[in-house]
Design a protein around this ligand. Structure first.
Ligand SMILES: Cc1ncc(COP(=O)(O)O)c(C=O)c1O
Length: 397
Protein backbone atom coordinates (compact mmCIF):
# COMPACT_ATOMS: atom_id res chain seq x y z
CA UNK A 1 0.00 0.00 0.00
CA UNK A 2 0.97 3.66 -0.13
CA UNK A 3 2.76 4.99 2.94
CA UNK A 4 0.87 4.76 6.24
CA UNK A 5 0.78 8.58 6.28
CA UNK A 6 -1.17 8.63 3.01
CA UNK A 7 -3.78 6.44 4.66
CA UNK A 8 -4.24 8.80 7.58
CA UNK A 9 -2.18 6.75 10.02
CA UNK A 10 -0.67 9.76 11.75
CA UNK A 11 -1.56 11.84 14.77
CA UNK A 12 -0.80 15.21 13.17
CA UNK A 13 -3.71 16.95 11.43
CA UNK A 14 -7.04 15.94 12.87
CA UNK A 15 -9.19 17.62 10.27
CA UNK A 16 -9.27 17.84 6.50
CA UNK A 17 -9.59 20.82 4.20
CA UNK A 18 -10.97 20.97 0.67
CA UNK A 19 -12.00 23.40 -2.06
CA UNK A 20 -14.62 25.09 0.14
CA UNK A 21 -12.01 26.13 2.69
CA UNK A 22 -9.70 27.30 -0.12
CA UNK A 23 -12.51 29.43 -1.53
CA UNK A 24 -13.31 30.86 1.91
CA UNK A 25 -9.67 31.84 2.43
CA UNK A 26 -9.50 33.53 -0.98
CA UNK A 27 -12.64 35.55 -0.34
CA UNK A 28 -11.27 36.95 2.91
CA UNK A 29 -7.85 37.65 1.41
CA UNK A 30 -9.58 39.66 -1.33
CA UNK A 31 -11.29 41.67 1.42
CA UNK A 32 -7.89 42.54 2.91
CA UNK A 33 -7.70 39.68 5.45
CA UNK A 34 -8.86 41.66 8.49
CA UNK A 35 -8.46 40.70 12.09
CA UNK A 36 -11.71 39.80 13.88
CA UNK A 37 -14.55 41.10 11.72
CA UNK A 38 -17.73 39.92 10.04
CA UNK A 39 -16.53 36.34 9.51
CA UNK A 40 -15.73 36.01 13.23
CA UNK A 41 -19.15 37.34 14.19
CA UNK A 42 -20.87 34.92 11.80
CA UNK A 43 -18.75 31.99 13.05
CA UNK A 44 -19.60 32.87 16.66
CA UNK A 45 -23.33 32.93 15.92
CA UNK A 46 -23.14 29.60 14.12
CA UNK A 47 -20.97 27.92 16.78
CA UNK A 48 -23.25 29.10 19.61
CA UNK A 49 -26.30 27.82 17.70
CA UNK A 50 -24.53 24.48 17.11
CA UNK A 51 -23.78 24.09 20.83
CA UNK A 52 -27.19 25.42 21.89
CA UNK A 53 -25.66 28.26 23.91
CA UNK A 54 -26.55 31.94 23.91
CA UNK A 55 -23.05 33.25 23.26
CA UNK A 56 -19.73 32.30 21.70
CA UNK A 57 -16.53 34.28 21.37
CA UNK A 58 -13.79 33.08 19.04
CA UNK A 59 -10.22 33.36 20.29
CA UNK A 60 -6.65 32.64 19.27
CA UNK A 61 -6.51 29.12 20.77
CA UNK A 62 -7.94 26.77 23.37
CA UNK A 63 -5.44 27.95 25.98
CA UNK A 64 -6.81 31.48 25.64
CA UNK A 65 -10.38 30.13 25.93
CA UNK A 66 -9.50 28.47 29.25
CA UNK A 67 -7.46 31.40 30.50
CA UNK A 68 -10.22 33.89 29.78
CA UNK A 69 -12.77 31.68 31.48
CA UNK A 70 -10.57 31.79 34.58
CA UNK A 71 -10.05 35.55 34.27
CA UNK A 72 -13.79 36.10 33.83
CA UNK A 73 -14.41 34.10 37.02
CA UNK A 74 -11.89 36.41 38.72
CA UNK A 75 -9.54 33.57 39.66
CA UNK A 76 -6.70 35.06 41.72
CA UNK A 77 -3.61 34.08 43.70
CA UNK A 78 -4.62 31.88 46.62
CA UNK A 79 -7.72 30.49 44.91
CA UNK A 80 -7.92 26.76 44.32
CA UNK A 81 -9.00 25.25 41.00
CA UNK A 82 -9.60 21.54 40.47
CA UNK A 83 -8.87 19.61 37.29
CA UNK A 84 -7.51 16.26 36.13
CA UNK A 85 -3.83 15.32 35.86
CA UNK A 86 -4.57 13.56 32.57
CA UNK A 87 -4.75 16.47 30.19
CA UNK A 88 -2.68 18.85 28.14
CA UNK A 89 -0.90 21.36 30.35
CA UNK A 90 -3.07 24.23 29.06
CA UNK A 91 -5.96 23.10 31.29
CA UNK A 92 -3.97 23.50 34.49
CA UNK A 93 -1.86 26.40 33.21
CA UNK A 94 -4.96 28.60 32.85
CA UNK A 95 -5.55 28.91 36.62
CA UNK A 96 -1.86 28.48 37.53
CA UNK A 97 -0.73 31.45 35.44
CA UNK A 98 -3.25 33.58 37.32
CA UNK A 99 -1.58 32.53 40.56
CA UNK A 100 -4.17 29.97 41.66
CA UNK A 101 -3.29 26.63 43.25
CA UNK A 102 -4.21 23.66 41.12
CA UNK A 103 -5.72 20.58 42.74
CA UNK A 104 -5.79 17.35 40.74
CA UNK A 105 -8.42 14.63 40.99
CA UNK A 106 -7.56 11.19 39.62
CA UNK A 107 -9.38 9.77 36.62
CA UNK A 108 -11.92 7.02 36.10
CA UNK A 109 -10.13 3.79 35.04
CA UNK A 110 -12.58 3.09 32.21
CA UNK A 111 -12.92 6.49 30.52
CA UNK A 112 -9.87 8.35 31.90
CA UNK A 113 -12.14 11.32 32.58
CA UNK A 114 -12.10 13.05 36.00
CA UNK A 115 -13.57 10.60 38.52
CA UNK A 116 -16.61 12.24 40.15
CA UNK A 117 -16.35 9.79 43.07
CA UNK A 118 -13.12 11.51 44.14
CA UNK A 119 -14.21 15.08 43.45
CA UNK A 120 -15.98 16.12 46.64
CA UNK A 121 -13.04 15.14 48.86
CA UNK A 122 -10.77 17.46 46.85
CA UNK A 123 -12.93 20.56 47.37
CA UNK A 124 -11.59 23.09 49.85
CA UNK A 125 -13.08 26.38 51.10
CA UNK A 126 -10.81 28.08 48.54
CA UNK A 127 -12.01 26.08 45.53
CA UNK A 128 -13.29 28.61 43.01
CA UNK A 129 -13.66 26.51 39.85
CA UNK A 130 -13.66 22.93 38.56
CA UNK A 131 -12.37 22.15 35.05
CA UNK A 132 -13.42 18.69 33.87
CA UNK A 133 -11.80 17.68 30.57
CA UNK A 134 -13.86 15.71 28.07
CA UNK A 135 -10.93 13.51 27.20
CA UNK A 136 -10.44 11.73 23.86
CA UNK A 137 -13.83 12.93 22.53
CA UNK A 138 -16.08 11.61 25.31
CA UNK A 139 -17.85 13.82 27.84
CA UNK A 140 -17.25 13.44 31.57
CA UNK A 141 -20.04 12.23 33.85
CA UNK A 142 -21.48 15.73 33.93
CA UNK A 143 -24.59 14.95 36.00
CA UNK A 144 -22.38 13.75 38.86
CA UNK A 145 -19.84 16.57 38.50
CA UNK A 146 -22.48 19.31 38.26
CA UNK A 147 -24.40 17.91 41.24
CA UNK A 148 -21.29 18.18 43.45
CA UNK A 149 -20.26 21.56 42.02
CA UNK A 150 -23.76 23.01 42.46
CA UNK A 151 -23.97 21.70 46.02
CA UNK A 152 -20.82 23.70 46.83
CA UNK A 153 -21.68 26.68 44.60
CA UNK A 154 -18.56 26.19 42.45
CA UNK A 155 -18.65 27.06 38.74
CA UNK A 156 -17.67 24.37 36.23
CA UNK A 157 -15.61 25.29 33.17
CA UNK A 158 -15.71 22.53 30.56
CA UNK A 159 -12.49 21.80 28.70
CA UNK A 160 -14.11 20.54 25.51
CA UNK A 161 -10.97 20.94 23.41
CA UNK A 162 -11.09 17.25 22.41
CA UNK A 163 -14.81 17.07 21.97
CA UNK A 164 -16.26 19.49 19.39
CA UNK A 165 -19.55 17.90 18.36
CA UNK A 166 -19.61 15.42 21.24
CA UNK A 167 -22.62 15.24 23.57
CA UNK A 168 -23.72 14.01 26.98
CA UNK A 169 -27.33 12.84 27.38
CA UNK A 170 -28.34 14.97 24.41
CA UNK A 171 -26.49 18.09 25.63
CA UNK A 172 -23.62 19.31 23.50
CA UNK A 173 -20.11 19.31 24.99
CA UNK A 174 -19.34 22.81 26.21
CA UNK A 175 -22.96 23.78 26.87
CA UNK A 176 -23.28 22.39 30.42
CA UNK A 177 -20.84 24.47 32.47
CA UNK A 178 -20.54 28.20 33.07
CA UNK A 179 -18.30 28.19 29.98
CA UNK A 180 -17.19 25.61 27.45
CA UNK A 181 -13.72 25.92 25.91
CA UNK A 182 -12.74 24.55 22.51
CA UNK A 183 -9.47 24.35 20.58
CA UNK A 184 -9.17 24.43 16.79
CA UNK A 185 -5.49 23.41 16.83
CA UNK A 186 -4.29 21.38 13.83
CA UNK A 187 -4.83 18.07 15.63
CA UNK A 188 -8.41 18.74 16.67
CA UNK A 189 -11.64 17.39 15.18
CA UNK A 190 -12.11 20.71 13.36
CA UNK A 191 -9.42 23.30 12.80
CA UNK A 192 -9.02 26.94 11.84
CA UNK A 193 -5.72 26.82 9.96
CA UNK A 194 -3.65 25.26 12.72
CA UNK A 195 -4.63 27.44 15.67
CA UNK A 196 -7.87 28.82 17.07
CA UNK A 197 -10.46 28.39 19.77
CA UNK A 198 -13.81 29.51 21.11
CA UNK A 199 -15.56 30.01 24.44
CA UNK A 200 -19.29 29.34 24.67
CA UNK A 201 -21.55 30.39 27.54
CA UNK A 202 -25.14 31.12 28.49
CA UNK A 203 -24.08 33.67 31.09
CA UNK A 204 -24.34 37.25 29.80
CA UNK A 205 -22.05 38.70 32.46
CA UNK A 206 -19.28 36.15 31.91
CA UNK A 207 -19.61 36.64 28.16
CA UNK A 208 -19.23 40.39 28.55
CA UNK A 209 -16.02 39.94 30.55
CA UNK A 210 -14.60 37.44 28.05
CA UNK A 211 -15.50 39.75 25.17
CA UNK A 212 -13.67 42.59 26.89
CA UNK A 213 -10.56 40.66 27.97
CA UNK A 214 -10.16 39.13 24.53
CA UNK A 215 -9.31 42.48 23.06
CA UNK A 216 -7.71 44.81 25.61
CA UNK A 217 -10.99 45.50 27.40
CA UNK A 218 -12.30 47.56 24.53
CA UNK A 219 -15.09 46.43 22.29
CA UNK A 220 -13.75 45.80 18.81
CA UNK A 221 -17.11 44.68 17.57
CA UNK A 222 -20.39 43.57 19.03
CA UNK A 223 -22.22 46.34 20.74
CA UNK A 224 -20.01 48.84 18.84
CA UNK A 225 -16.62 50.07 19.88
CA UNK A 226 -16.70 52.15 23.01
CA UNK A 227 -15.48 55.63 22.25
CA UNK A 228 -15.50 58.65 24.51
CA UNK A 229 -15.63 62.13 23.14
CA UNK A 230 -12.90 64.34 24.56
CA UNK A 231 -13.92 67.34 26.49
CA UNK A 232 -14.51 70.06 23.91
CA UNK A 233 -13.18 72.67 26.33
CA UNK A 234 -9.72 71.15 25.96
CA UNK A 235 -9.83 71.64 22.21
CA UNK A 236 -10.82 75.26 21.74
CA UNK A 237 -10.31 75.09 18.00
CA UNK A 238 -13.47 73.07 17.94
CA UNK A 239 -11.70 70.06 16.55
CA UNK A 240 -13.45 66.90 17.51
CA UNK A 241 -11.23 64.05 18.62
CA UNK A 242 -12.38 60.55 19.45
CA UNK A 243 -10.45 58.22 21.63
CA UNK A 244 -10.90 54.69 22.65
CA UNK A 245 -11.56 53.87 26.27
CA UNK A 246 -10.39 50.71 28.04
CA UNK A 247 -12.50 49.40 30.91
CA UNK A 248 -9.44 47.62 32.31
CA UNK A 249 -6.25 45.99 31.12
CA UNK A 250 -6.80 42.91 28.99
CA UNK A 251 -5.17 40.84 26.28
CA UNK A 252 -5.09 40.29 22.55
CA UNK A 253 -6.51 36.81 22.05
CA UNK A 254 -8.35 37.56 18.81
CA UNK A 255 -8.97 35.13 15.97
CA UNK A 256 -8.61 36.46 12.43
CA UNK A 257 -11.37 36.56 9.82
CA UNK A 258 -9.54 34.19 7.51
CA UNK A 259 -9.45 31.59 10.30
CA UNK A 260 -13.12 32.17 11.11
CA UNK A 261 -14.14 31.81 7.46
CA UNK A 262 -12.43 28.40 7.43
CA UNK A 263 -14.02 27.61 10.81
CA UNK A 264 -17.48 28.24 9.34
CA UNK A 265 -16.85 25.66 6.62
CA UNK A 266 -15.32 23.22 9.11
CA UNK A 267 -18.33 23.55 11.40
CA UNK A 268 -20.67 22.63 8.54
CA UNK A 269 -18.55 19.49 7.96
CA UNK A 270 -17.98 18.66 11.64
CA UNK A 271 -20.75 16.09 12.11
CA UNK A 272 -19.76 14.25 8.93
CA UNK A 273 -16.07 14.29 9.94
CA UNK A 274 -16.97 13.02 13.41
CA UNK A 275 -19.08 10.25 11.85
CA UNK A 276 -16.04 9.14 9.88
CA UNK A 277 -14.01 9.04 13.11
CA UNK A 278 -16.76 6.97 14.74
CA UNK A 279 -16.70 4.57 11.77
CA UNK A 280 -12.91 4.23 12.03
CA UNK A 281 -13.25 3.58 15.77
CA UNK A 282 -15.83 0.85 15.11
CA UNK A 283 -13.53 -0.78 12.54
CA UNK A 284 -10.57 -0.67 14.96
CA UNK A 285 -12.67 -2.07 17.80
CA UNK A 286 -13.89 -4.93 15.62
CA UNK A 287 -10.40 -5.66 14.33
CA UNK A 288 -8.59 -5.48 17.68
CA UNK A 289 -11.19 -6.92 20.05
CA UNK A 290 -9.83 -10.46 20.09
CA UNK A 291 -6.22 -9.54 20.77
CA UNK A 292 -5.38 -10.58 24.35
CA UNK A 293 -3.83 -7.88 26.52
CA UNK A 294 -5.52 -4.87 24.87
CA UNK A 295 -8.28 -2.91 26.61
CA UNK A 296 -10.16 -0.93 23.97
CA UNK A 297 -12.02 2.36 24.58
CA UNK A 298 -15.08 2.28 26.82
CA UNK A 299 -18.07 4.30 25.69
CA UNK A 300 -20.43 5.52 28.36
CA UNK A 301 -24.07 4.99 27.40
CA UNK A 302 -25.58 8.41 26.87
CA UNK A 303 -22.36 9.86 25.47
CA UNK A 304 -21.95 10.74 21.82
CA UNK A 305 -18.24 9.94 21.57
CA UNK A 306 -16.45 11.79 18.76
CA UNK A 307 -13.13 9.91 19.06
CA UNK A 308 -10.66 12.72 19.02
CA UNK A 309 -8.29 9.92 19.99
CA UNK A 310 -8.61 6.14 20.26
CA UNK A 311 -7.02 5.04 23.57
CA UNK A 312 -5.83 1.46 24.12
CA UNK A 313 -4.43 0.11 27.37
CA UNK A 314 -1.72 -2.54 26.98
CA UNK A 315 -1.13 -5.31 29.49
CA UNK A 316 2.51 -6.08 28.65
CA UNK A 317 2.51 -9.54 30.24
CA UNK A 318 -0.42 -10.67 28.12
CA UNK A 319 0.17 -8.66 24.94
CA UNK A 320 3.87 -9.42 24.89
CA UNK A 321 5.24 -5.89 24.47
CA UNK A 322 5.51 -2.95 26.82
CA UNK A 323 4.10 0.42 25.81
CA UNK A 324 7.60 1.70 25.01
CA UNK A 325 8.43 -1.32 22.87
CA UNK A 326 5.12 -1.11 21.03
CA UNK A 327 5.47 2.62 20.28
CA UNK A 328 9.04 2.11 19.11
CA UNK A 329 8.33 -0.93 16.92
CA UNK A 330 5.20 0.56 15.38
CA UNK A 331 7.09 3.70 14.42
CA UNK A 332 10.39 2.28 13.26
CA UNK A 333 9.19 -0.95 11.67
CA UNK A 334 5.65 -0.18 10.57
CA UNK A 335 5.66 3.59 9.97
CA UNK A 336 2.78 4.20 12.39
CA UNK A 337 3.10 6.85 15.08
CA UNK A 338 1.20 6.03 18.26
CA UNK A 339 0.45 8.80 20.77
CA UNK A 340 1.11 8.88 24.50
CA UNK A 341 -1.65 11.25 25.64
CA UNK A 342 -0.86 12.10 28.43
CA UNK A 343 2.05 12.02 30.82
CA UNK A 344 0.24 13.01 34.05
CA UNK A 345 0.73 16.66 34.87
CA UNK A 346 1.82 15.99 38.46
CA UNK A 347 4.90 14.24 37.01
CA UNK A 348 5.90 17.39 35.13
CA UNK A 349 8.58 19.73 36.45
CA UNK A 350 5.99 22.53 36.46
CA UNK A 351 3.81 20.72 39.01
CA UNK A 352 6.60 18.93 40.89
CA UNK A 353 7.78 22.48 41.63
CA UNK A 354 4.33 23.13 43.02
CA UNK A 355 4.65 20.26 45.49
CA UNK A 356 3.13 17.30 43.65
CA UNK A 357 4.72 13.86 43.97
CA UNK A 358 4.72 10.67 41.95
CA UNK A 359 2.28 8.10 43.30
CA UNK A 360 -0.49 10.59 44.09
CA UNK A 361 -2.86 9.68 41.22
CA UNK A 362 -2.50 5.95 40.53
CA UNK A 363 -5.01 5.60 37.69
CA UNK A 364 -3.44 8.42 35.67
CA UNK A 365 -0.04 6.87 36.39
CA UNK A 366 -1.18 3.43 35.22
CA UNK A 367 -2.35 5.13 31.98
CA UNK A 368 1.01 6.84 31.60
CA UNK A 369 2.67 3.45 31.79
CA UNK A 370 0.24 1.46 29.67
CA UNK A 371 -1.98 3.64 27.49
CA UNK A 372 -1.30 4.49 23.85
CA UNK A 373 -3.51 6.44 21.48
CA UNK A 374 -4.01 5.17 17.95
CA UNK A 375 -4.16 7.54 15.00
CA UNK A 376 -7.70 8.53 14.09
CA UNK A 377 -8.94 11.23 11.74
CA UNK A 378 -11.47 11.68 8.93
CA UNK A 379 -8.93 10.90 6.21
CA UNK A 380 -8.34 7.27 7.13
CA UNK A 381 -8.83 4.65 4.46
CA UNK A 382 -10.09 1.11 4.93
CA UNK A 383 -6.73 -0.10 3.61
CA UNK A 384 -4.90 1.98 6.20
CA UNK A 385 -7.06 0.70 9.04
CA UNK A 386 -6.62 -2.90 7.85
CA UNK A 387 -2.85 -2.36 7.91
CA UNK A 388 -2.97 -0.89 11.44
CA UNK A 389 -5.03 -3.82 12.70
CA UNK A 390 -2.77 -6.36 10.95
CA UNK A 391 0.29 -4.76 12.58
CA UNK A 392 -1.24 -5.23 16.05
CA UNK A 393 -2.05 -8.89 15.29
CA UNK A 394 1.48 -9.47 14.04
CA UNK A 395 3.10 -7.90 17.10
CA UNK A 396 0.85 -9.57 19.68
CA UNK A 397 2.34 -12.53 21.58
C1 LIG B 1 -7.43 18.98 26.63
C2 LIG B 1 -6.85 20.21 26.02
N1 LIG B 1 -7.08 21.39 26.63
C3 LIG B 1 -6.58 22.55 26.13
C4 LIG B 1 -5.82 22.57 24.99
C5 LIG B 1 -5.25 23.85 24.50
O1 LIG B 1 -5.64 24.17 23.21
P1 LIG B 1 -4.66 25.02 22.26
O2 LIG B 1 -3.55 24.15 21.82
O3 LIG B 1 -5.58 25.42 21.12
O4 LIG B 1 -4.22 26.20 23.03
C6 LIG B 1 -5.56 21.36 24.32
C7 LIG B 1 -4.75 21.36 23.09
O5 LIG B 1 -4.09 20.47 22.71
C8 LIG B 1 -6.08 20.16 24.86
O6 LIG B 1 -5.83 18.98 24.27
Amino acid sequence: MATPIQHGLEIKFGSEYGPEEEQAVLEIIRKGAPTSGDACIAFEEEFAAYCGTKHARVVSNGTAALFMSMAALDIRPGDHVITTPMTWIATAAAPATLGADVGFVDVDPKTFNLDPNLLEAAITPKTKAIIPVHLYGQCCDMDAILAIANKHGIPVVEDACHTAGGAYKGRKAGSMGITGCFSFHEQKNMSTLGEGGVVVTNDAEIFERIALYRSHCTRVYGKSTKYCQLDEAKFPQGKRFWWQDFDDVGYNFRMTDVQAAVGRVQLRKLDAMNDRRRESAAIMTEGLKDIPGLTLPHTDPGCHHVYHLYPVVIDPEVFGLTKEDLVHTMYHEKGIKLGTHYIPLHWSTAFQKRGFKRGQFPVAEMAAERLVTLPINPRQTQEGLDYLIACFHELAK
